[in-house]
Design a protein around this ligand. Structure first.
Ligand code: NAP
Length: 245
């Protein structure tokens, strides 16, 4: 019997960890191609969009994919919606691997908002020197916030429209609490903006220690009717169940 084929929609730490762990399967990881030097997962890798729902459905059939794992970032809404629609059309089982969101701890001062735009509207009431960690594609939402100065961290340089008072820090995690504390102090940051991505939380720990408020952008709704798992380990055991191994 040939090994089962698992397609992982990745671009995340979890996607890479899953690809490395599934040694007895044929694993194909798919990346969007947003970064010029992506961290490559183990196994086969394909890069670039599929061409919408139909393109993804065609790919599932052509590669005889047995299981699709959507391990994309919790804020990558479109590809997750496409994965739900393409698996519904082809009958391929879909597993959605999402790391849990963050929960507030004593000493935190968080304001949850539904969108980047809501974060931009709230900012001038909270502080003037902002550490923005929402990724380069979200910077446009802050382009009209001229009252604030921004330090924006991203892997790739951002493109306009951008906030008028902006310094860009090109960097990729993992980050340490000490490093984040130094950054907050050196730039006299008085408010942090982040998506509720979950996972490593050095910046949130640093903000708590510095007594800095955090504007946290809520996750978009999950795709309906998908089997959700919140760890690589549970994903592996669901894959074994589906594959009967
Ligand atoms: P998105 O808005 O949900 O997707 C836009 C389009 O990009 C999709 O329709 C699809 O094109 C293509 N695409 C996205 N992820 C893909 C993948 N893994 N493999 C192949 N094509 C993919 O996605 P996004 O928010 O721009 O994120 C892009 C990638 O970056 C995702 O893989 C995600 O895991 C990663 N990422 C995103 C964030 C974030 O904050 N959004 C943060 C960290 C990492 P077609 O319709 O042509 O197939």
């Amino acid at each position: 019997m040939p090994p089962l084929t698992v397609l992982i929609l990745g671009g995340t730490t979890e996607g890479r960890a899953l690809a490395a762990a599934l040694r007895t399967y044929r694993v194909i990881s798919s990346l969007a191609g947003r970064t010029r030097e992506p961290l490559l997962p183990a196994g086969e890798v394909r890069i670039g969009g599929f061409g919408g729902v139909d393109g993804l459905a065609d790919y599932l059939r052509a590669e005889r994919v047995d299981i699709l794992v959507d391990a994309t970032h919790p804020f990558a809404e479109r590809i997750s919606a496409n994965a739900a629609a393409a698996t519904a059309a082809t009958g391929v089982p879909l597993l959605v691997l999402r790391r849990p969101g963050w929960t507030e701890r004593p000493g935190d001062d968080w304001r949850r908002v539904p969108s980047l735009e809501a974060a931009a509207a709230l900012l001038p009431h909270l502080g003037r020197r902002v550490f923005l960690t929402t990724g380069r594609q979200g910077l446009a939402a802050f382009a009209g916030t001229g009252e604030c100065w921004f330090l924006a961290r991203s892997v790739e340089p951002p493109a306009p429209p951008l906030p008028p008072h902006l310094e860009v820090l090109l960097d990729r995690g993992p980050f340490t609490v000490d490093g984040e504390l130094r950054l907050l102090r050196d730039h006299r940051i008085d408010v942090l903006v982040s998506k509720d991505s979950g996972g490593a939380d050095a910046k949130l720990t640093a903000a708590r220690r510095q007594g800095i408020p955090v504007v946290l952008i809520d996750r978009p709704p999950r795709p309906p009717a998908a089997t959700m798992v919140n760890s690589v380990e549970s994903c592996i055991s669901m894959i074994s169940q589906i594959g009967g191994t």
